[in-house]
Write a protein that binds this ligand. Structure first.
Ligand code: NAP
Ligand code: GDD
Length: 325
């Protein structure tokens, strides 16, 4: 097998796991890399694939760079994972979020259509599109009701993917992924914020952890499991949309309990509620039904929330020089 893949967002959490998965399958992997001042390669380095991927200079907001990336990579599979992906920031930078997360996806679709319409396309859609949920368990037929500028931008990208499939016959699929986490998660997201704080508190480096709405519920899975679903979608004869989730929902509060008790601490002794971390509009609860993915892709999650949180706390203990539990 000798296939070329192009990943936007290769320096992010999912980009790193997907790059590793595709390399292990024998792909030649290209990644779009936006110019940044800081070291963006730490995740690829942690997975040991920093030198195995070819990086192409480009930005989702510059369609010419995407056309060039398609030409250079000769990709037959394109995974659009790049985004301004932090929901909180989408209220303070709504226009940038719309441009990168929404219009950026249209730019990638255009580059695919212009350079190689035979290439298969994956869009990183999100459970955040369900927002104010319209069904207790969300699946592919649940109506959307986004609650953040991020959710709104992702909805545009999602419908653009459906539209390019229907208008131009592109093999364009959308994975509606529920929250997925890992030791490579950005520190602004709540599971990693908690894991890092637990490790620091255990090692005596900090005392308290300030959080917002800990009654919110999320359907959390492991990113390493979820990238397998992305790949599986592009191997199907027909492009389609799939919900990827665990089917279990947990409060932020209970996730804290799991994380602190993993190192023998009680979250109630350390968590402080801080209004700064509440959002202008909240997604109170998400709970996905991954039945279609299981039936059609043969996909199932393999990692429980307890295993996931333990893995994340242990990784942060190790990074800080402490022994994992
Ligand atoms: P992430 O860690 O935040 O990664 C986002 C990636 O996008 C980074 O590589 C980032 O590069 C890149 N990027 C940002 N702005 C860009 C621009 N203007 N041009 C090119 N690249 C740009 O996100 P993730 O957790 O891996 O998620 C991957 C995708 O899945 C995202 O689209 C996210 O919205 C979506 N999603 C995530 C989840 C989840 O729970 N993780 C669930 C559903 C959907 P820099 O680091 O250099 O900025
Ligand atoms: N980040 C953060 N920080 N969230 C907090 C905090 C805090 O201090 N305190 C409570 N929360 C709550 C948020 O209000 C939210 O209800 C929940 O924890 C999860 O927040 P995040 O981890 O930031 O994730 P998210 O659900 O908003 O968004 C993530 O999942 C989406 C899929 O549903 C991101 O990865 C998105 O890119 C992704 O699309």
């Amino acid at each position: 097998m000798n296939k070329n893949a192009l990943i936007t967002g290769i320096t992010g959490q999912d980009g790193a796991y997907l790059a590793k998965l595709l390399l292990d399958k024998g792909y030649t992997v290209y990644g779009l890399m936006a110019r940044r001042g800081s070291d963006g390669l730490w995740r690829l380095r942690e997975l040991g694939v920093e030198n195995e991927v070819s990086l192409i200079d480009g930005d989702l907001m510059d369609v010419t760079s995407l056309i060039r990336a398609m030409e250079t990579s000769k990709a037959s599979e394109v995974y659009n994972l790049g985004a301004q992906s932090f929901v909180g920031t989408s209220w303070t930078q709504p226009v940038l979020t719309a441009q990168v997360t929404g219009v950026g996806a249209v730019n990638v679709l255009e580059a695919v259509r212009i350079v190689n319409p035979e290439a298969r396309f994956y869009q990183a859609s999100t459970s955040e599109m369900f927002g104010l949920i319209q069904a207790e368990r969300q699946d592919e037929s649940t109506p959307f009701y986004p609650r953040s500028p991020y959710g709104v931008a992702k909805l545009m990208a999602h419908w653009a993917t459906v539209n390019y499939r229907e208008s131009f016959g592109l093999h364009a699929s959308s994975g509606i992924l529920f929250n997925h986490e890992s030791p490579l998660r950005g520190p602004e997201f709540v599971t990693r914020k908690v894991a890092l704080a637990v490790a620091r508190i255990k090692l005596g480096l900090q005392k308290e952890l300030r959080l917002g709405n800990i009654d919110a519920k999320r359907d959390w899975g492991f990113a390493g499991d979820y990238v397998e679903a992305m790949w599986a979608m592009l191997q199907q004869e027909q492009a389609d949309d799939y919900v990827i989730a665990t089917g279990v929902t947990t409060t932020v509060r209970d996730m804290c309990e799991i994380a602190f008790s993993h190192v023998g601490l009680n979250y109630k002794d350390h968590v402080v509620i801080d209004p700064e971390f509440f959002r202008p509009a909240e997604v109170d609860v998400l709970l996905g039904n991954p039945g279609k993915a299981e039936r059609k892709l043969g996909w199932k999650p393999h990692t429980s929330l307890n295993e996931l949180i333990a893995m994340m706390v242990d990784a942060d203990m190790r990074r800080l020089g402490g022994a994992p539990e």
